[in-house]
Design a protein around this ligand. Sequence first.
Ligand SMILES: *[C@@H]1O[C@H](CO)[C@@H](O)[C@H](O)[C@H]1NC(C)=O
Ligand SMILES: *[C@@H]1O[C@H](CO)[C@@H](O)[C@H](O)[C@H]1NC(C)=O
Ligand SMILES: *[C@@H]1O[C@H](CO)[C@@H](O)[C@H](O)[C@H]1NC(C)=O
Ligand SMILES: *[C@@H]1O[C@H](CO)[C@@H](O)[C@H](O)[C@H]1NC(C)=O
Ligand SMILES: *[C@@H]1O[C@H](CO)[C@@H](O)[C@H](O)[C@H]1NC(C)=O
Ligand SMILES: *[C@@H]1O[C@H](CO)[C@@H](O)[C@H](O)[C@H]1NC(C)=O
Ligand SMILES: *[C@@H]1O[C@H](CO)[C@@H](O)[C@H](O)[C@H]1NC(C)=O
Ligand SMILES: *[C@@H]1O[C@H](CO)[C@@H](O)[C@H](O)[C@H]1NC(C)=O
Length: 578
Amino acid sequence: MSLFFFLLLWFSISQALPPPPRGFFLNCGSSTSTNLNEIDYKPDKGFVSVGNTTTINQKDLIPILSTLRYFPDKSSRKHCYNFPVAKNSKYLIRTTYYYGNFDGKNNPPVFDQIVGGTKWSVVNTSEDYAKGQSSYYEIIVSVPGTRLSVCLAKNAHTLSSSPFISALDVQSLEDTMYNSTDLGSYKLSLIARNSFGGDGEMISYPDDRYNRLWQPFSDPKLPTVTSRSSINPSDFWNIPPSKAFVEGFTASKGKPLELQWPPFPLPATKYYVALYFKDDRSPGPMSWRAFDVSVNGLSFLRNLNVSTNGVMVYSGQWPLSGQTQITLTPAKNAQVGPVINAGEVFQILPLGGFTNISDATAMEDLLESIKKPPVDWSGDPCLPRVNSWTGVTCSKEKITRVISLNLTNLGLSGTLSPSINKMTALKDLWLGKNSFTGPIPDLSSMTRLETLHLEDNQFTGAIPESLARLPHLRKLSIKNNKLKGTIPSVLLQKKGLTIQASPENMPRTNQTGQIKYTYFIKETFGHDSSTFAMFFYMTLLFPFNSWKTCISYVNVIEPPLNHSNTLNLDYRGLYHQA
Ligand SMILES: *[C@@H]1O[C@H](CO)[C@@H](O)[C@H](O)[C@H]1NC(C)=O
Ligand SMILES: *[C@@H]1O[C@H](CO)[C@@H](O)[C@H](O)[C@H]1NC(C)=O
Ligand SMILES: *[C@@H]1O[C@H](CO)[C@@H](O)[C@H](O)[C@H]1NC(C)=O
Ligand SMILES: *[C@@H]1O[C@H](CO)[C@@H](O)[C@H](O)[C@H]1NC(C)=O
Ligand SMILES: *[C@@H]1O[C@H](CO)[C@@H](O)[C@H](O)[C@H]1NC(C)=O
Ligand SMILES: *[C@@H]1O[C@H](CO)[C@@H](O)[C@H](O)[C@H]1NC(C)=O
Ligand SMILES: *[C@@H]1O[C@H](CO)[C@@H](O)[C@H](O)[C@H]1NC(C)=O
Ligand SMILES: *[C@@H]1O[C@H](CO)[C@@H](O)[C@H](O)[C@H]1NC(C)=O
């Protein structure tokens, strides 16, 4: 759903300002700050590390629309802005787009916008652009961690164009605002926010301390009122601007007020609806208006009594579909007609899930320790699923876990951060054919690890004995590194493990190119009651001069009896070729 504002709808204001809005206000693609409605829009450089910038040469354009950042990299699965935020804090995010034919294609690109791990919406600015207008989108979110990401990504309609963005606001909200919605499970995507009966002037900061945009909405069929007193915004959970209560629609005495709003059809789903009312007359004992509120014929609130202090009526989960009609029916014998001043409608968007915090933290640490990581390593590592980080595969749970990390041959260097072992759901870790340096960290807590590929890198240090404690590890590839020492014997003896290593890390061989290991073997034969076991020692001789692979399939246990035997490697059951 896109809304619009006119290019030159901004006025300079000279009055005592409320405290400046808290948050981040970015003039995307610009290298200088610009002031809009008393808010400083800063260059976006510190919050995004990808994309190219350009300037739109068009006269009369407000400064925040005259520059943009676009993202031509087709291989990248998403392009993200990242913001440090307080844990569990509430934010209103606004993305602003003005195409301005920046790419000379005369066709605004269509692409996705993403918040955290949730696909927010498709961005389609075609209609607004055709009218010479910019487009903006708003969403209210709560952030579980300390990082908030807002990303753009190509979709099936983007084709050869590039996603772009003109301005990005991340505005901190108070706890009480929109608090009837559990923002831990849902997000609120703005459909419409209007001030009714207005004179064409949009309300924003400083009138609205939170820089929400209240579009004027007029209806020539409806009589209007102008209020003679003002409300106290903090009397309302949503802290609406006092100015939104100045103008309003009314109906003559005894008549219902019928309002078609929002003025466009809505997809059938649940919405957050807040309506704002105030008696416009001078405060006094008789200054109240009583009426019932219904939406599409269903009772929204009965016996509403609106005084000059104003009132907000809301529903956190109201089903709407198609056209919406709001009807205010005056109470019997009411001396004056009903009144309505403003309204907000948000679509309730279920959270797309998020990545387990300890996995996400481990991925962030890895991102820090890798030089030149993949460009799309930003935002949520797993979600949305089609926009996961390059090389990352995740489970299907709501709180998703990283189950595979495949960075084979991506030209990476740097070290492996020790916190990688927090990714305890990882089954496959493939880092082969890069230039990783430093030691192999302790991975012993990654108890689900099945395959570990570290080959063709520059890892140094010893081969960790702790790998032997990984119960499911069946493939270890460490060849062509700068590792010191031989493979620990506990690893060589690990049941079901195939190891690929360079000769210098293999156990020492004797002149004939063989090594000798003595094992105590417990073989079990038969099933159930007929099961019997045979115990014997055996010495394995491995011809490691043309070494490729060695598997021992036996467990070493304390010998209850001693017996020695020598087996030749040709005994196929004891060795596997790579
Ligand atoms: C975008 O910037 C990158 C490097 O900053 C440059 O290599 C690339 O050519 C630019 N792409 C376009 C389309 O200008
Ligand atoms: C974008 O919006 C325009 C105008 O509303 C519409 O014609 C077009 O089909 C939309 N594009 C996509 C890919 O949805
Ligand atoms: C929302 O905030 C108000 C004001 O603090 C409080 O009275 C109300 O109980 C809150 N509602 C919810 C659902 O938390
Ligand atoms: C509405 O509230 C006022 C006090 O603010 C009261 O005097 C009046 O009787 C109420 N009207 C109805 C219909 O309840
Ligand atoms: C995330 O994974 C850790 C294990 O690393 C686990 O202890 C924790 O419960 C998981 N958190 C959630 C929210 O699933
Ligand atoms: C990892 O990527 C490489 C190269 O793209 C591929 O050959 C290999 O099969 C992948 N491994 C897994 C576990 O997906
Ligand atoms: C070296 O291997 C040969 C071949 O079987 C064996 O006879 C000899 O005992 C081994 N020597 C040592 C020191 O292990
Ligand atoms: C079996 O071997 C152990 C040590 O390997 C040794 O202490 C013990 O004496 C041996 N027992 C017999 C019966 O040879």
